[in-house]
Design a protein around this ligand. Structure first.
Ligand SMILES: Nc1ncnc2c1ncn2[C@@H]1O[C@H](COP(=O)(O)OP(=O)(O)OP(=O)(O)O)[C@@H](O)[C@H]1O
Ligand SMILES: [Mg+2]
Length: 462
């Protein structure tokens, strides 16, 4: 029997007690991935939501982060009917500080509230995901009397601090949940704005027991470390985590502690920059443009008006070699920016945790996640850290640690690496572990003789 989109329970439920369901929502700038886990069943199975015909053509578990505007200002998910009605940058516009990368297809450019559209997008994905799950997993769920839902929404690491971005993501996530439970099929922008106002009142959220859920926001990079922390490869101590996404590179150094009864992560230093795969694409295009402009200018400047114009058009043709060099130079600049970011994080990690054994005898473990980590451009940049750390005699270099997901997800797709964060998020909040944000960790004072600034990020070292 088809299930209504707003439903949280089966209409004809069983009578075998309660069952907890955790939605791990990896809200990416380019695409969302959702995994729903049933932590109390044997093996805690997790299921990647299959977005079927709404999904990106590369993989059924990847849903583009975009909306399509319909008549009467209603919005749809999926591939849609042409660029004219498309709204992108739904996540990017939730960051306070990114004016310079806004496209002309974002909510603001089109006159919509970024929070309102983000809430609508998340609500539509939540509706789709729950419906898909309730319909396709009846065999394991139907006999339960009541389903208890939790939602863990992934956020870029700086948004896990107590700041305006953090409050915005919480507001949007809660409003999205409430919108997704509305009996009304149509989710309008007015409803979304209204819901955003209501969830700011904590009483509204907490008293609506039947409809609200257990909601948490969790740094994407911490969720990315869950698989590693649960594996035999795990080590306690200092790590570097790098998430190379479509728009952003999100990085943090963290200490993995073994606390009584669970993992504990101290995020030492976090940083997120617009250095993801899309940036690489744009830098290449910009370099071609610059080359064209320079070459045209050279041709104008070198022309002698007294000389006859040649019949030969060869001098006007762009030189392939020069163009390639131009693109490579742009790539090198971007690589240098990534390297600088990584070096600064490592330098700061050393300031905050100078007594870690990795600085003397060990190797710095690196976890590399995100779709962009598959591109040699980024993975080779990360590999260079090894030589750099050795050169400075800090330690034995770096060691790349494997980040994986359980067999139940591996059997669903070969591209499991795209689901690592969503799977991490689909654990109960207390199973993910306790996260101490960077701002709550005191830096240990530096020994006086260190000259980190110069040694670590001089331009010749990048
Ligand atoms: N096998 C692959 N080889 C090369 N690049 C890949 C591969 N798979 C994915 N990518 C790149 O990864 C990008 C998407 O990565 P990901 O899904 O981690 O981004 P996101 O989560 O949407 O973004 P963000 O984390 O910045 O919010 C795509 O734009 C694509 O270019
Ligand atoms: Mg991501």
């Amino acid at each position: 029997m088809p299930i209504d989109e707003h439903c949280l329970q089966y209409v004809y439920a069983g009578n075998e007690g309660e069952c907890e369901l955790v939605i791990g929502f990896d809200f990416g700038t380019s695409a969302s991935k959702v995994v729903i886990q049933i932590p109390d069943l044997p093996g805690s199975p997790g299921y990647a939501v299959n977005f079927c015909n709404l999904a990106h053509t590369s993989m059924p578990f990847i849903l583009p982060t975009r909306l399509h505007r319909q008549p009467n200002n209603l919005f749809n998910l999926g591939r849609g009917n042409g660029a004219k009605n498309m709204i992108n940058d739904i996540k990017l516009e939730l960051f306070s500080d990114n004016d310079h990368i806004r496209s002309n297809r974002g909510p603001q450019e089109q006159g919509f509230s970024p929070e309102g559209l983000a809430a609508i997008y998340l609500a539509l994905v939540l509706r789709y995901s729950r419906k898909w799950f309730l319909e396709t997993r009846q065999d394991v769920l139907r006999h339960f009397g009541r389903l208890i839902w939790s939602l863990n929404l992934g956020v870029p690491s700086p948004c896990s601090e107590d700041n305006e971005d953090n409050h915005r993501f919480i507001r949007v996530g809660k409003a999205a949940w409430m919108l997704s439970t509305l009996q009304e099929n149509r989710i309008t922008l007015e409803r979304a704005i209204n819901e955003l106002r209501m969830v700011d009142d904590s009483d509204y959220w907490e008293t609506d027991d039947e409809l609200s859920c257990d909601f948490a926001i969790i740094p994407e990079i911490v969720a990315g470390a869950v698989g590693y922390a649960l594996s035999d490869l795990r080590r306690v101590g200092l790590h570097l985590m790098i998430d190379i996404g479509a728009s952003t590179v999100d990085m943090c150094s963290f200490i993995l502690h073994q606390a009584d009864g669970g993992d504990r992560y101290s995020l030492l230093v976090t940083d997120v920059k617009l250095l993801g795969t899309i940036r690489l694409h744009h830098e290449r295009i910009a370099s071609i443009q610059h080359y064209h402009e320079r070459r045209s200018q050279d041709l104008r400047d070198s022309h002698d008006p007294l000389m006859p114009i040649t019949d030969d058009i060869e001098p006007y043709i762009l030189r392939r070699e020069e163009m390639i060099n131009e693109i490579r130079a742009a790539e090198d600049e971007l690589k240098a920016e990534c390297m600088k970011m990584m070096k600064l994080i490592i330098r700061d990690a050393k300031q905050r945790d100078p007594n870690s054994s990795v600085w003397r005898t060990g190797r710095l473990p690196i976890l590399l996640i995100g779709g962009g980590s598959q591109l040699p451009f980024f993975s080779s940049t990360v590999e260079k850290l090894d030589g750099w750390l050795r050169e400075f005699d800090i330690n034995e270099g770096t060691i790349l640690m494997q980040v994986t997901v359980p067999e139940s997800l591996l059997s669903q797709t070969d591209d499991y690496y795209r689901l690592v964060v969503a799977w991490g998020l689909s654990h109960r909040e207390f199973d993910i572990g306790e996260v101490t944000p960077a701002s709550r960790i005191m830096a240990v004072e530096q020994p006086p003789h260190q000259d980190w600034e110069e040694r670590y990020i001089g331009p010749e070292q990048i």
